[in-house]
Design a protein around this ligand. Structure first.
Ligand code: ADP
Ligand code: MG
Length: 247
C-alpha cells in the first residue's frame, strides 16, 4: 500500500454490551496523494467517525491509521495533537470559527499554534483569504459574515499549515445553493492544485466533483466508484460540467 492516507482493519465501537454501536466496522481504505474522495451514506452510518479516525481526532478500537507513511493511531496525545495541527486540515458543517476573532485572526491561529512567527502567519492568512475570495473581509468577525463566507474562512484556516490532507465533514450542509457552489469551486481549485481531500457529504453536487465515491452503510463500505472527473486537469470533469461548474 502506498496511499497518502491508509487504514487497515479499522474498527471503532462506541459503548458496550447491549448498547454497543459499531460506528466503523472493519474498513480498509487507501487514498492516494492528490485524490478527492467523497464519502456518502445515511445518517448514523459512521461517516464522521471515519473522518475523525483518519485525522486523529478519535482513536480506533482496532486497526491501523497511516498518514504519509507514519502510523498515527498509536501516537501519544501530544504527538497526535502536533500531527493534527501540522498535517491535517479539518472543515466542519458548523464552521467552528472563534467568534471573538476576525476572519484573518481565525486563519492565523493554526500557524501561530504551530510556532510560526506572527508576521508569517499574517502574510499566509492574507494570501489564503484572497484565495477563497475574502480578501476584503479580513477584519470582519464571523457574526458579520454570511454562512458561506464563514465556511470559506474555515477552509482558509484548514489550509493554514499546508496540510497533507483536508478532511471535510458535510461542508455544505448548512449552506444555500449559491454558497454551496462557492465552496465547491474552492474544493475544485484545491483538487486541481493536487490537494488530497476527503469530503463527507449528503449533497450529490459535491460528490460529483470528486475523483472517487465511497458509500457507507452500518460502518462498512458498500460501494467504491471511480468518477468520470478522474484525471482531468481542470478539476471539474464531465460530472462537474453537468452541474454547472465549468464556468
Ligand atoms: P454519520 O456521521 O454517518 O451520521 P457518526 O459517525 O456520527 O455517523 O455515527 C455513527 C454511529 O456511532 C451512530 O450510531 C452514532 O450514534 C454513534 N456514535 C457516534 N459517536 C458516538 C459517541 N461518542 N458515543 C456513542 N455513540 C456514538
Ligand atoms: Mg456525521
Amino acid at each position: 500500500m502506498n496511499g497518502l492516507v491508509r487504514v487497515r482493519g479499522l474498527v471503532k465501537h462506541h459503548g458496550h454490551g447491549e448498547s454497543l454501536v459499531r460506528a466503523v466496522d472493519d474498513v480498509d481504505l487507501e487514498v492516494p496523494e492528490g485524490q478527492t474522495l467523497a464519502v456518502m451514506g445515511p445518517s448514523g452510518c459512521g461517516k464522521s467517525t471515519l473522518l475523525h479516525l483518519l485525522g486523529g481526532l478519535e482513536r480506533p478500537s482496532r486497526g491501523e491509521v497511516w498518514l504519509a507513511g507514519r502510523r498515527i493511531d498509536a501516537l501519544s496525545e501530544r504527538a497526535l495533537a502536533r500531527m493534527r495541527r501540522r498535517s491535517v486540515g479539518f472543515v466542519f458543517q458548523a464552521f467552528h470559527l472563534v467568534e471573538e476573532l476576525s476572519a484573518a485572526e481565525n486563519v492565523e491561529l493554526p500557524a501561530l499554534l504551530a510556532g510560526q512567527s506572527r508576521r508569517e502567519a499574517r502574510r499566509r492568512a492574507g494570501a489564503l483569504l484572497d484565495r477563497v475570495g475574502l480578501a476584503g473581509r479580513a477584519r470582519h468577525l464571523p457574526s458579520q459574515l454570511s454562512g458561506g463566507q464563514c465556511q470559506r474562512v474555515a477552509i482558509a484556516r484548514a489550509l493554514a499549515n499546508d496540510p497533507l490532507v483536508v478532511l471535510a465533514d458535510e461542508p455544505t450542509g448548512n449552506l444555500d445553493t449559491t454558497a454551496t457552489l462557492d465552496v465547491l469551486r474552492i474544493f475544485q481549485e484545491l483538487r486541481s492544485a493536487g490537494q488530497t481531500l476527503v469530503i463527507v457529504t449528503h449533497d450529490e453536487r459535491v460528490a460529483a466533483t470528486a475523483d472517487r465515491l465511497v458509500s457507507m452503510r452500518d460502518g462498512m463500505f458498500v460501494d467504491d466508484l471511480r468518477l468520470a472527473g478522474t484525471g482531468t486537469s481542470t478539476g471539474s470533469g464531465r460530472l462537474g460540467g453537468l452541474i454547472g461548474l465549468e464556468s
